[in-house]
Design a protein around this ligand. Structure first.
Ligand SMILES: [Zn+2]
Length: 63
């Protein structure tokens, strides 16, 4: 990958980040709290991880 391409992808990534709504979420199984993004389809995605330490992949946003 060329440097120019990497810079382009970085800019796209920053824009994508700004499009996401940042919320606090909790695991539906063990109530552990995670910072999360709400994706365009409405699902809650914890930042930096795919699933809770308990193994659950289901999270709900805290209003
Ligand atoms: Zn959990």
């Amino acid at each position: 990958m060329r440097v120019e391409d990497a810079g382009y992808l970085f800019v796209i990534g920053v824009i994508a980040m700004h499009d996401q709504k940042r919320v606090m979420s909790v695991c539906e199984c063990c109530d552990s709290a995670y910072a999360a993004n709400v994706l365009s389809d409405g699902s809650v995605q914890p930042i930096g991880t795919q699933h809770c330490s308990c193994g659950s992949e289901r999270f709900r946003a805290i209003r």
